[in-house]
Design a protein around this ligand. Structure first.
Ligand SMILES: N[C@@H](CCC(=O)N[C@@H](CS)C(=O)NCC(=O)O)C(=O)O
Length: 218
């Protein structure tokens, strides 16, 4: 019998969402187990042996556990390669995709997390620091301009076709567009978000309610 691929992590975690979206785009089936936040289970010795950070996601294929969502996604893309466009095997061609994947996760995704998700969803109004939020939003808008400019010139982040980099760039967009705040007008980002929503895997794994994560009064 073939080994079952297991993802540990709740469906409401954005990092789990990126991994699950990737598995669906690769056409591989995985078992996802609810761990983390209200489900707990991440502070046991067994879980910490898989990921000493006590965070989700963790992936088990047929070897050692893998943590860090992008390390997991890259592993899956390498091992279950869909085609030479989504995740090219040539290092130079792949780097052109991967530079945007890294940027999507660590620059854009982080800016959305710090600019709106953490302050407006995960932090109670009484604990918010308006000056800090304004600075984080200004930073997010600056990064958003880079994204909007890029997407004005190409349909997807690494070019005109959907690649691995779109997972790392697109997984925070559901939150970006559903959290209530005064969004800057970035038409190319909005059109890109529409394009991503045409993908069943995006709708299933990324467009997941985050209501259970709201801090008191948020
Ligand atoms: N850099 C890590 C971050 C992992 C992370 O921060 N996970 C969050 C959820 S998005 C978590 O485990 N939070 C605690 C919990 O759910 O119990 C990754 O990309 O996998």
């Amino acid at each position: 019998m073939e080994n079952e691929i297991t993802v540990y992590g709740r469906a409401t975690s954005s990092n789990v969402q990126a991994v699950m979206w990737c598995t669906a785009e690769l056409g591989i089936s995985v078992k996802r187990l609810d761990y983390g936040h209200n489900f707990g289970g991440v502070d046991t010795p067994e879980y910490l042996a898989m990921n000493p950070n006590g965070l989700v996601p963790v992936l088990i294929d047929d070897g050692e556990p893998i943590f860090e969502s992008m390390a997991i996604a890259r592993y899956l893309a390498d091992r279950y390669r869909r085609d030479e466009v989504f995740w090219p095997s040539d290092p130079e061609t792949r780097a052109q995709v991967d530079k945007w994947a890294e940027w999507g996760k660590n620059t854009w995704g982080a800016a959305v997390g710090q600019g709106v998700f953490w302050p407006l969803v995960r932090t109670s109004p009484k604990d918010r620091d308006p000056a800090k939020i304004a600075a984080a939003m200004a930073h997010m808008n600056g990064v958003g301009k880079i994204l909007n400019d890029r997407l004005s010139a190409s349909r997807f982040i690494a070019g005109d076709v959907f690649t691995f980099a779109d997972i790392a760039t697109g997984y925070m967009l559901y939150r970006y567009f559903t959290i209530q705040f005064e969004r800057h007008d970035y038409p190319a980002i909005a059109a890109y978000y529409e394009r991503l929503q045409e993908r069943p895997a995006y709708r299933e794994h990324v467009m997941v309610s985050f209501e259970s994560l709201r801090a008191e009064g948020a």
